[in-house]
Structures are given as C-alpha cells and as structure tokens.
Design a protein around this ligand. Sequence first.
Ligand SMILES: NC(=O)c1ccc[n+]([C@@H]2O[C@H](COP(=O)([O-])OP(=O)(O)OC[C@H]3O[C@@H](n4cnc5c(N)ncnc54)[C@H](OP(=O)(O)O)[C@@H]3O)[C@@H](O)[C@H]2O)c1
Length: 236
Amino acid sequence: MTRLAIITGASSGIGAACAGQFREQGFMVINISRRECPVDGVVNVCGDLGEVTSANALGQRLVEAIEQHTPTSVCVVHNAALMLKDSVADTADSDLERVIQINVVAINALNRHLLPLLPTSSSLLFIGSTLSEKAVAGAFSYVVSKHAQLGMMRATCQDLMGKGIHTALICPGFTDTEMLRGHVGHNQEIIAAISELNSFGRLVDPHEIASLVTWCHDNPVINGSVLHANLGQVEN
Ligand SMILES: NC(=O)c1ccc[n+]([C@@H]2O[C@H](COP(=O)([O-])OP(=O)(O)OC[C@H]3O[C@@H](n4cnc5c(N)ncnc54)[C@H](OP(=O)(O)O)[C@@H]3O)[C@@H](O)[C@H]2O)c1
C-alpha cells in the first residue's frame, strides 16, 4: 500500500518540513523544485515551474511515477511560489506573468496531468498566504497570485464533487523561511518587529504548517476550506 505525497518546492522551508513529516508517516515523497530536497528518502524530480514547457514535462514525469507505484492515496501539496517586491504602479507585465506562471499556471498544469490518475482519498492542498484574503503594499504580483489560488481551490472543490478527492487552502502567516528572510533583506530588526505581529510574539515554525498539511490530507471534512495558520495575527 503506497501512499504518495507530491510536494512542489520541498527544497526548503515549508515544503521541506512537509516532506519530512510525510516521510515520518511512511509516505513515498516526490519533490518538484530546481534544487533537491534535504530530507532523506525523498525522490527529486528537479525542474523549473517557471517555464511552461518544463511544468508540463514535470507533470508528465509525475504521471509516470504514479503509474509505476499505483498509490492508494496521493496528497498533492502546491507549495512552490515566487514573491517579488512590486506595486500596482511599477509591475512589468513580464514580472506579473512570471509570478502567475509559478504560483498559478504551473499548479493547473500539474493538476491537469495528475487528476485522471488520483485514487479516491487523495487531496489537492494549496499553500496560500494571509495575502490570499487581504493585501499589503509592495507585494502586488504576489497578492494577485495568492488571491487567484483561493479561487482555484474553491473552483477545484466544486469541479471535483463526488470524486472522493478533497482540497483546501492553507494560509501561513509570517513563517521562518528563506522566502520571508529574503523578502526583508535578512534584516533582524524587521524580523523582530514582524514576530511581534501575532499573539505569541514569534514567527511560525515551518513544521507547524507541515503538521496542518498532513492533518488536512487525513481529514476530508475540511474540503473547500481556507485555513489560516498565523498564531493570531494583529489586524491593521
Ligand atoms: N514564509 C512565509 O512567511 C510565508 C507566508 C505565507 C505563505 N507562504 C507560502 O509558503 C510557501 C512556501 O514558501 P516558503 O516560505 O517555505 O519559502 P522558501 O523556503 O523560499 O521555499 C520556496 C520553494 O519554492 C520553490 N520554487 C520557487 N520557484 C520555483 C520554480 N521556478 N520552480 C520550482 N520550484 C520553485 C523553491 O525551490 P527551488 O528554489 O529549489 O526551485 C523552494 O523550495 C509559498 O507558497 C509561500 O507563498 C510563506
């Protein structure tokens, strides 16, 4: 009985933490990213989700993996993302297209390849963001793409009625990863300040998000849900 987790962007951060927890639970894990996943035993299907042809080729390689292993359950975690610093006043079309390709279109390409092969009790889980349901200044293309993921998840839920496959959008708050630290220029003062923007005065640990992801796979009752995981973020 093979249970399979397919995780995009498991080379670091939340994706790597998910890979570790699925491995601990006995899943076969496939990572899709440009770098390899640091977790032992993970199968790396390396490639760039930012290229249309590459995303489709990656989808085809996943089809071959599923046909080879005939898993009884598959959890697909759409986690890889690109975050730029930009605004409505200065976002080049090409930058918006790049972000949408990785954060939205590549998800569609992978789903289109995988869906015909997913057994019942599979799940399609999207890693969204607090910025799937609100906006902040200076993250224009990212906010647009994360709102699009919310629509994708809800439309996916409706289109898969009766198929025995569930979906959810998991929305991390400020989480201690390369993406967050890079976005604030590795500035410790900013990291300390944003750590205070929730009721626990710290960043979310990627393993906390991973626990929620594995739980979501096991609990189809949450089908179609948006789950915020941000330690109780201060609203402003
Ligand atoms: N950290 C936060 O505070 C936070 C908050 C809300 C939501 N999130 C969401 O959490 C998810 C994971 O982010 P993270 O914080 O864990 O960041 P991270 O550590 O920087 O991980 C991002 C992952 O995405 C992959 N990726 C990026 N571009 C790619 C491409 N063109 N092709 C293939 N893979 C690509 C990276 O792999 P390679 O570089 O190896 O290709 C990496 O594994 C994202 O969806 C992000 O929007 C994060």
